[in-house]
Design a protein around this ligand. Structure first.
Ligand code: SF4
Length: 597
């Protein structure tokens, strides 16, 4: 274990660059340290282990600034998300009833949330009847304490683990490590993350930010007994991991898992996985401890049919994942003879209390929203500073934490989106992520009212006053007109280094004001009889037969030009009744209100 740190040459070069940059008054400290380490290790150092996996310290903009500097990570991420997306699209295109399945899944999850207390009690009763022991944990601390006491009672100092977001969320491995118990991750990607002392950056593919050359270097440096002849072909890497893990599977007395679903009707739990490591953990050890979020309940076995079609296709682009394991309590002589289930709340009931935000609890952790999100694809998972990255993280993390205060870094997450809606289209359970993002932004704004108004408050209030009156809008348009020169020939205004506008214009181009505003154009058009068409229409006795509004319709009620030829003599086009251009007497069909059909 432990990689070669003897790289004086690399260090000298980096030092020279560091000094040169210093002379040029450029501070390279933030990247120089990680670059030197990366050169020594063969991979970029991972994200350091946080105390709270739901909130790593920085706000999203700060996190994104740091991750955008890692070009290798961005290349790896771009390649991987494109591949998964293509596979997913192919498998989804094979399903003529895909939209119906999405609708069904959404309905099942929504009705489950409405009946959650009752279904959880039913589930507990069924698990207990089959020999399992159910524990309830209000928060991460309680869940960790319960699991630790169960492990300690077995007198072991290591456990094997199936990949689980619930255990990531509660910092389970670190909790055990501080008490002298080693938890071995057995999912390949989780194992890579664990060996690199990194944090996951995707909920399905935790090491998506690594390429195979990096994985090889990590194995060589950190994996006990890594073969010296190992290349960086996927098969060679998988074989090395297999040999490493096999020993752990055969010796472990206790296994830890999460669950994709818990079926209330029977007390059955289900895990969908691709590598078979889950099956090993669920069958070989004597004791199994499962930690499951309370939202993972489904009412009946039949509901699994819907999710088993949606989940593999959305997560990995497979028709069906290679290993699907179901277990119910304990079975004498077969598999673990002691089964504990820890039902985890950790903020979920607070999410449930929010009528709009609770939709986030429908999530089946497939990761499709991340693979399609243009923001996630560029900044990567670590920018979100939570184990739940991407669009689902942006709505789930702040809700689980109740983070809406502007001083809380996690409160920045609902703003980490362009609201393009791609996540909603990809989501197999139809979570309307953009709507929830907007709702959470509103909660943030409401939570931060009071005290001195921010610059945004002042700006928005001023804009509101201007937009409230046409004459003010007109004046504002005239005032903005000179800014046209800033656009130059491209008619785009770039970075304006002024205090109020620089944050906006630093990352966005703004179109220059046009030579003529819409308001001016409309007024000019109204004054020109040749362009309005209404003048002719209002003057003849057959007015609406020859209406020049261009709609081709001649019924006074349906011709749709919006000028208000409604037969009541109150034309909204601005012409006065009885004027040269409007004569209701000359249009008898208007008097009777019988327009031509
Ligand atoms: S929000 Fe939808 S797309 Fe994203 S991980 Fe959850 S289920 Fe999958």
């Amino acid at each position: 274990m432990g990689g070669s740190r003897n790289n004086n040459e690399g260090g000298c070069v980096m030092n020279a660059i560091f000094h040169l940059a210093k002379k040029l008054s450029f501070d390279p400290r933030s990247w120089a340290k990680s670059d030197v380490e990366a050169a020594e290790l063969g991979w970029f150092p991972g994200h350091e282990q946080p105390d709270n996996p739901l909130r790593w310290g920085n706000s999203f903009p700060e996190g994104a600034k740091a991750t955008l500097r890692n070009t290798q990570m961005r290349r790896n991420l771009g390649y991987a998300t494109t591949k998964i997306r293509e596979k997913r699209n192919t498998r989804v295109a094979e399903m003529p009833d895909w939209e119906d399945l999405r609708e069904a899944a959404s309905h099942i999850k929504r009705t489950t949330m409405a009946r959650l207390p009752e279904l959880l009690e039913e589930f507990e009763a069924k698990v207990t009847a089959r020999g399992g022991i159910v524990h309830w944990a209000r928060d991460a601390q309680e869940a960790n304490e319960i699991a630790y006491s169960l492990i300690r009672a077995k007198g072991v100092d290591e456990v094997v683990k199936v990949k689980s977001m619930a255990t990531q969320e509660i910092n389970f491995n670190e909790y055990l490590a501080q008490r002298g118990i080693q938890a071995w991750e057995t999912d390949l990607a989780e194992m890579i993350v664990q060996l690199a002392q990194d944090m996951p950056s995707h909920i399905v593919v935790p090491a998506i930010h690594r390429n195979r050359a990096e994985v090889k270097a990590i194995f060589e440096a950190r994996m006990e007994g890594a073969p010296s002849t190992m290349g960086n072909e996927p098969r060679e890497l998988a074989m090395a991991a297999r040999a490493h893990l096999r020993k752990k599977f055969l010796s472990a007395k206790v296994a830890i898992s999460g669950a994709n679903m818990g079926i209330a009707q029977t007390g059955t739990l289900a895990i969908f996985e691709s590598e078979g490591n889950g099956r090993m953990c669920l069958t070989l050890p004597e004791t199994l401890i499962t930690i499951m979020g309370i939202e993972k309940i489904v009412p009946s076995y039949q509901d699994v049919e819907v999710f088993s079609q949606l989940l593999p296709r959305s997560a990995t682009g497979e028709r069906m994942n290679p290993y699907t394991s179901f277990w119910t309590g304990i079975t004498p002589g077969d598999g673990p003879q002691e089964f504990h289930l820890i039902l985890l709340d950790n903020g979920r009931t607070d999410v449930l209390a929010d009528e709009v935000g609770r939709e986030a609890l429908k999530c089946i952790r497939c990761g499709a929203c991340m693979n399609i999100c243009p923001v996630y694809q560029h900044v990567g998972g670590h920018a979100y500073n939570s184990v739940y990255p991407g669009p689902i993280g942006a709505i789930l993390t702040p809700q689980l934490l109740g983070a809406f205060d502007h001083r809380d870094p996690a409160a920045s997450l609902p703003f980490a989106s362009s609201l393009c809606g791609a996540c909603f289209d990809a989501c197999p359970v139809k979570i309307d992520i953009p709507t929830i993002l907007v709702h959470l932004r509103h909660r943030y704004t409401e939570a931060n009212r009071g005290g001195l108004p921010s610059i945004w408050d002042v700006g928005m209030r001023a804009a509101g006053q201007v937009m409230r009156k046409g004459s003010r809008m007109k004046a504002a348009g005239k005032l903005a007109h000179p800014a046209r020169v800033l656009g130059g020939p491209s008619r785009r205004i770039g970075n304006i280094p002024l205090p109020l506008v620089k944050n906006w214009t630093f990352v966005r181009d703004v179109p220059a004001p046009p030579a003529q505003s819409f308001r001016e154009w409309w007024q000019e058009r109204d004054e020109d009889p040749a362009t309005t068409g209404h003048v002719d229409a209002h003057t003849s006795s057959g007015a609406h037969k020859t209406c020049g509004c261009g709609t081709g319709k001649n019924s006074p009620s349906a011709h749709g030009c919006g000028c208000g030829h409604n037969g009541a003599g109150s034309c909204r086009c601005g012409e006065e009744k009885g004027s040269r251009t409007y004569s209701i007497e000359s249009a008898p069909q208007l008097r009777t209100g019988e327009g031509e059909k």
